[in-house]
Design a protein around this ligand. Structure first.
Ligand code: ATP
Ligand code: MG
Length: 580
């Protein structure tokens, strides 16, 4: 029996929960586990965050310092009248700066619900989320507030206070606009953390909105058990490690694994304020001696583009583990990383709704390039049968039909309910929440296959799957095959309606520099697709484009390409939201 199976067999969530401290007076609070616990156990001088500003010297924050700062913020929220018992929401609209981390954790200490907003959002997506989330306090900068929120403030009756990092409140002549330094400045270094329980709400995360309008997924303090354990098992986080999660805290990965998991596990996090820059990233990996690097396929592709020479010229000997999430990771990239980093990239899969990593490749287990791995200990995954329209098939008792373990049939990826970081609701969409469950399963909306070793292979989102002449075709397999061709940087496959076969596969292709969008190349790529995939599955049409539409979180929006193809662009308002 392999080590993976042994761990699965012995794992119990109750035991994992027992590794947490719990609040001294009873109850559970994410921020206590992340910070105060370390101080209580004598680790106040350990480095929690090393912040790398866009320019200038690194700033080090110990667990002790972060504990004090978050206490002052929590006290400040209390003085403004925010009480756990009444419930309140705090959002940040900030770049990757220390105040974001202080606000997130200070809010949790005060018993509020924290919502991150991605700093590059424009007015509409911000106002929409503030309104839907009934956010009471917005922590942002004077520039962002003036540009993106101030003029629409009257549309946000729940927004009672705006707190400005870097000052500037005076210029607004509005008593509800305050300076961050004033809010925390008068506070005490100590704070009595709100008596939250595992079942109390802690986080409200909006999904990326790849398939439509973003949904608000609610998570509770008890999710911290999963954040802690999955960080240890899937990312191999160990006390004293230097960990770099490149996801922006505006998204769920940047919160679960950019804030909570590393802190709870006593790990030092690198926080880089600057945007992606290949040279800078290699330098950080080297200079900070990063042990564990958690990033996304888009970023890895950009690092690849910087060339193998840069990777080989950099001493990356500290790197123990590289992991990827958010989008399918093509086998080519896994192989590239083996050469560039000396370790393969471990793909893992999860969603905003699951709160933490559910399926992963592990450092100690064989990696199958192109597979997202096997379920975490404590997680039971399954595949549910779908019909030709992508609907779940149910038996006479209304129960879903599970695809047997020895079959390679494609089904909807589902997780047995009961893991601690499962979302507890979609904000104001009770019915939609209920529809996410069938029998004992949460069904994810993603399609996958499972091989005889129990490894899962991502096929595509249920909405994106192409049905052609009776075949179910996953866009990812088409995109992976095309990306093997040196001319292709990135591609996206969609189903183009066809009277005869239902849909034909059409690929949108971004070419590498040095390649011209000629008919000859088009034919060559079609031929390459046929050889790799077979004529029934290969793209029949190829359109060269300069770039593909991505969500703010970096995911390809196939639905937008489909809408364009069908001439639906203008009516699709959710599209406008993402692009604004
Ligand atoms: P929305 O639900 O609003 O359309 P979203 O699904 O893009 O948004 P997230 O929760 O951020 O929002 O993304 C989770 C999704 O990302 C997964 O359901 C899956 O489709 C994709 N994904 C995540 N990790 C992987 C992976 N390792 N391989 C393939 N796809 C992945
Ligand atoms: Mg989703």
């Amino acid at each position: 029996m392999d080590a993976y199976q042994t761990l699965r067999d012995s794992f119990r969530w109750e035991d994992a929960g027992a590794s947490l401290a719990g609040l001294p007076g009873g109850g559970l609070n994410m921020a206590y586990e992340a910070l105060d616990r370390h101080v209580a156990e004598g680790r106040q001088d350990r480095l929690a965050i090393r912040w790398l500003p866009k320019s200038g010297e690194a700033v080090d924050l110990t667990f002790g310092e972060l504990t004090r700062r978050t206490n002052r913020l929590a006290g400040g929220l209390g003085r403004l009248g925010y009480r756990f018992e009444q419930g309140f929401g705090v959002a940040t609209l900030l770049g990757r700066v220390p105040e974001l981390y202080v606000t997130a954790l200070g809010t949790l200490k005060a018993g509020g619900v924290y919502t991150p907003l991605f700093s590059a959002f424009g007015t509409d997506p911000i106002v929409m989320r503030l309104r839907l989330g009934r956010i009471g306090v917005l922590v942002t900068t004077a520039v962002a507030y003036r540009r993106k929120v101030a003029t629409l403030r009257k549309e946000l009756p729940d927004l009672r206070h705006v707190i400005l990092v870097g000052g500037g409140a005076g210029s607004f002549e509005d008593p509800t606009v305050l300076d961050f330094d004033d809010v925390v400045g008068h506070g005490e270094d100590t704070f009595e953390i709100a008596a939250t329980e595992a079942t109390d709400r802690a986080l409200l995360h909006f999904t990326s909105g790849t398939t439509g309008t973003p949904k608000g997924a609610l998570h509770v303090h008890g999710a911290v058990v999963a954040h802690a354990v999955t960080g240890r098992i899937a990312l191999d986080l160990r006390e004293g490690d230097v960990f770099w999660c490149t996801a922006d805290p505006g998204w769920v990965t940047g919160t679960s694994y950019g804030i909570i998991s590393p802190l709870v596990n006593g790990v030092t996090s690198i926080v880089d304020e600057a945007d992606f820059d290949g040279e800078r990233w290699y330098r950080i990996l080297h200079e900070q001696r990063v042990d564990v690097f958690y990033t996304a396929p888009t970023a890895l592709r950009m690092l690849q583009r910087a060339g193998m020479d840069v990777a080989h010229a950099t001493d990356l000997s500290a790197l123990r583990l590289v992991a990827s999430v958010g989008e399918p990771l093509d086998p080519e990239s896994v192989e590239w990383a083996r050469q560039a980093f000396g370790v393969p990239i471990l793909d893992n899969w999860w969603q905003t709704e699951t709160g933490g990593i559910m399926i992963a490749n592990y450092r100690t287990e064989p990696v199958k390039p192109g597979s997202m791995g096997r379920p975490l200990p404590g997680i039971t995954a399954g595949l549910l049968r779908i019909d030709g329209d992508g609907e779940l098939v149910v038996d006479g008792d209304g129960q879903p039909v599970e695809i047997p373990a020895d079959s390679d049939e494609v089904g909807e990826l589902a997780l047995e309910i009961g893991w601690p970081s499962m979302f507890v609701g979609y904000l104001d969409q009770q019915e939609r929440y209920a529809r996410s469950f069938v029998g004992r399963w949460y069904h994810s909306g993603d399609l996958a296959r499972r091989d005889h070793d129990g490894y899962y292979w991502f096929v595509g989102r249920n909405n994106d799957v192409i049905k052609s002449a009776g075949h179910l075709i996953g866009p990812f397999e088409i995109e992976s095959a095309l990306s093997e061709h040196p001319a292709v940087v990135e591609s996206a496959a969609i189903g183009k309606p066809d009277a005869l076969v239902g849909a034909i596969v059409k690929s949108f292709v971004v070419l590498a520099s040095g390649y011209e969008p000629t008919d000859e190349l088009r034919l060559e790529l079609i031929g390459h697709g046929r050889r790799r995939l077979g004529a029934a599955v290969a793209p029949r049409e190829i359109e060269f484009v300069d770039h593909l539409p991505h969500t703010r979180s970096g995911k390809i929006m196939r639905r937008l390409l489909k809408a364009r193809e069908l001439g639906l662009e203008e009516g699709d308002t959710s599209t406008l939201e993402v692009l604004s």
